[in-house]
Design a protein around this ligand. Structure first.
Ligand code: TMP
Length: 236
């Protein structure tokens, strides 16, 4: 694929904000979490946020689709609109892109400019995996859309939580329905989720310097320890 992928910068030059006692990274540091349903992204993101805050870093957490008023509206529609007028794959792709660019401009970029560590629950790799590999939309077009919406503002580090599809599906089933009821993505066939998983693993093979794969089949604490190690490798 022809995306402009950023490598992982080493951060050697961290600053302390003397007034608040919080620590900031010049230019910010952007970490995305990726993986299928039930992989534990949200739990791991929260555990990492707590660990980093405990060390004094200034952290902002957000999610995709969502994270802004517009994005949260789009999230509800794209995940939970049922009946005759469910989003077709092309609409789904454009809704994800609209939510992402709104989040980037309104939330992520200002936070990075302020020197925060931004943790995002999903980012552009989900679109490649779900709409590209899952829905089989054109991968080159998706790359061009990423270039238009995200451009060079790629995550500095992506943690891919990898899990067997059947295990993830069972975890999601046990979690039950959220406040908006049935989830269109969780209801997809097993083959769809297998393609999504393969899409993520392909991406990780293509950009190993940015995407670090973590085995999510272990206990939350074990996964957290590995996530923290991966982050420490770059956030010295
Ligand atoms: P979740 O992150 O709470 O699991 O819900 C988000 C859902 O949206 C999930 O099923 C994956 C899907 N999704 C896409 O299909 N494409 C995208 O670009 C993003 C960000 C999410």
């Amino acid at each position: 694929m022809v995306m402009s992928q950023r490598g992982v910068p080493k951060i050697t030059d961290c600053e302390a904000d003397v007034g608040s006692g919080a620590r900031f990274v010049p230019g910010g540091f952007f970490i995305s979490f990726e993986g299928q349903e039930g992989a534990g992204k949200t739990t791991q993101l929260q555990l990492l946020a707590q660990a980093l805050e405990h060390r004094g870093w200034s952290v902002l957490t957000t999610r995709e689709p969502g994270g802004t008023s517009l994005g949260e509206e789009l999230r509800r529609l794209v995940k939970h609109l049922h009946g005759d007028d469910t989003p077709c794959p092309e609409s789904e792709l454009l809704i994800m892109a609209a939510s992402r660019v709104q989040l980037l401009r309104r939330v992520v970029e200002p936070a990075l400019a302020a020197g925060k560590i931004v943790l995002c629950d999903r980012f552009l790799d989900s679109t490649t995996a779900y709409q590209g590999y899952g829905r089989r939309l054109n991968l080159e077009f998706i790359d061009r859309l990423h270039a238009f919406t995200v451009g060079r503002r790629m995550p500095d580090l992506t943690i891919l939580l990898d899990l067997q599809v059947a295990v993830g599906a069972e975890r999601s089933r046990r979690r039950g329905l959220g406040e908006h009821g049935e989830d269109r993505f969780e209801n997809e066939q097993r083959q769809f989720h297998e393609r999504v998983r393969e899409g993520f693993l392909q991406l990780a093979r293509q950009v190993p310097e940015r995407i670090r794969t973590v085995d999510a089949g272990r206990s939350p604490q074990q996964v957290h320890e590995e996530v923290l190690r991966r982050v420490d490798e770059v956030l010295a």
